[in-house]
Design a protein around this ligand. Structure first.
Ligand SMILES: Nc1nc2c(ncn2[C@@H]2O[C@H](COP(=O)(O)OP(=O)(O)OP(=O)(O)O)[C@@H](O)[C@H]2O)c(=O)[nH]1
Ligand SMILES: [Mg+2]
Length: 421
């Protein structure tokens, strides 16, 4: 794992606002950067943006502005400047020199949060892989000082370049080892998924901090970690949705998404996200109290597309409605997006309604059947309980009378088992 100094506490956030960008978008994005910085435990001293036609290819912002910032960070003792964009390796190097401070771009900040929150060996490997891929094109900058010093510290000319080549090889080797190990885990996961084929799978997806884990807890009576932090959840957790329905419904909580989620990170988390890709239904949780609802929905839909999960039936769940004071806003929201449901994970009634909604989504496709099992076939009873919802069961003289409902596929399987004799 790559370690940076954890002593950095004071941070400053900068951004360029393209002239054609809505001011609200710039401000919301800056406030999201602030939340991420706070999640990292940084003390954000301030934030500002500069309006320009586009970011400068070399210095990102105007030189005059950078001089102003340099003075400010010197006066305030700020050690880290965060940029609300992705910086090219050259821009980052230039800015570090110019500001004489540590510089992180948006991707690096997201990667750092993921690294901090990774708990399982799998998510740790996934984050490290994404970090190394991010670092690879930036190695040149890390050793450039050796060449500039030309032997001043005992290093001969070209030492930096040699060091870069050595590091590049090491990093590449580590990347390939991590990829292999993650592939193995992905295969194990596939085997587990096969074992669960006779269940319905529901994936909870959505923007980070929307309340996915809180809803998962309410729906299944578990108590997974929820926090007012970005990316509190990195690993998928699967639980059975309680209630008398067979096949069982499995609910999986997943990592949250964010605007401009680094592609390397999505690629690394592909295996964790396979629960989303293999789901029969997605609950797309949205924080209804956010003032960026549309953008959050769009981001989530884009990531779903990226991982090939955009064709799965999806129910929009507008959560945190307790924080929306204007009922009209809620009406407009839910009408504007078609099939959707309003919830608050703090309100048990609305969570129960959501649970019923999920069950109905599946049970409405069920076929209801009456069957008489002769006593010599009583061994099939277990199968009936596993593959269908048994609504009524009576032991009669000539056999067991069963009223049950299930999917058309399971109904065929059960009928075939009876006919086999
Ligand atoms: N007021 C209110 N707060 C909520 C609601 N649902 C969740 N929260 C709070 O929102 C914060 C984030 O909740 P989580 O359940 O951790 O959100 P998440 O979507 O799992 O977040 P990540 O795992 O970080 O992507 C926590 O502080 C929750 O207590 C809700 O319906 N109403
Ligand atoms: Mg969560």
């Amino acid at each position: 794992m790559i370690e940076y100094s954890r002593e950095v506490k004071k941070a400053y956030i900068l951004s360029v606002r393209p002239k054609n960008e809505d001011l609200e978008i710039t401000l919301n994005s800056l406030s999201e950067m602030r939340s991420m910085a706070t999640t990292m435990g940084f003390d954000v001293i301030g934030e500002e943006y500069q309006s320009r036609n586009s970011p400068d290819p070399k210095s990102y912002m105007g030189t005059g502005k950078l001089q102003e910032i340099k003075q400010l960070i010197e006066d305030e003792g700020i050690k880290l400047v965060l940029f609300d964009h992705d910086l090219s390796p050259n821009q980052a190097r230039h800015l570090e020199e110019c500001l004489d401070s540590m510089v992180w771009d948006r991707t690096q900040l997201i990667l750092e949060i993921f690294a901090n929150h990774a708990r399982t060996p799998e998510s740790k490997d996934q984050v490290e892989l994404a970090q190394l891929k991010y670092m690879l094109p930036r190695l040149v900058g890390m050793w450039a000082h050796l060449d500039r010093e030309k032997g001043g510290i005992g290093a001969s000319k070209g030492t930096g370049e040699k060091q870069v080549n050595i590091d590049r090889n090491l990093v590449r080797k580590r990347i390939s080892r991590l990829e292999q190990s993650l592939k193995r885990v992905a295969m194990e996961r596939q085997t587990q998924a096969k074992r669960r084929e006779d269940c319905f799978q529901v994936g909870i997806v959505g923007y980070t901090n929307a309340g996915k884990t809180s809803l998962m807890n309410g729906l299944t009576d578990v108590s997974l970690l929820t926090q007012d932090q970005l990316f509190a959840t990195l690993d998928s957790t699967t639980r059975v949705l309680p209630g008398p329905i067979n096949p069982q419904i499995l609910l999986s909580d997943t990592v949250g998404f964010i605007r401009n989620l680094p592609h390397n990170l999505v690629a690394s988390f592909r295996s964790t996200l396979s629960v989303v890709k293999n789901a029969d239904l997605l609950l797309h949780v949205v924080d209804a109290s956010s003032n960026s609802v549309d953008q959050h929905i769009e981001t989530t839909r884009n990531v779903l597309k990226e991982i090939g999960a955009d064709n799965i039936p999806c129910l929009l769940v507008f959560n945190k409605v307790d924080r929306v004071t204007d009922r009209m806003d809620l009406l407009v929201l839910s009408r504007g997006y078609g099939d959707s449901i309003l919830t608050s994970s703090l309100d048990e009634t609305s969570v129960n309604l959501l649970r019923d909604h999920v069950k109905q989504h599946f049970s409405k496709t069920f076929i209801r059947q009456e069957t008489k099992l002769t006593y010599d076939r009583a061994n099939l009873l277990d199968k009936f309980y596993k593959l269908s919802t048994v609504e009524e069961l009576k032991y009669e003289e000539d056999g067991i009378y069963i009223v049950h409902s299930t999917t058309p596929t399971n109904s065929k399987i059960l009928n075939a088992s009876i006919e086999k004799g």
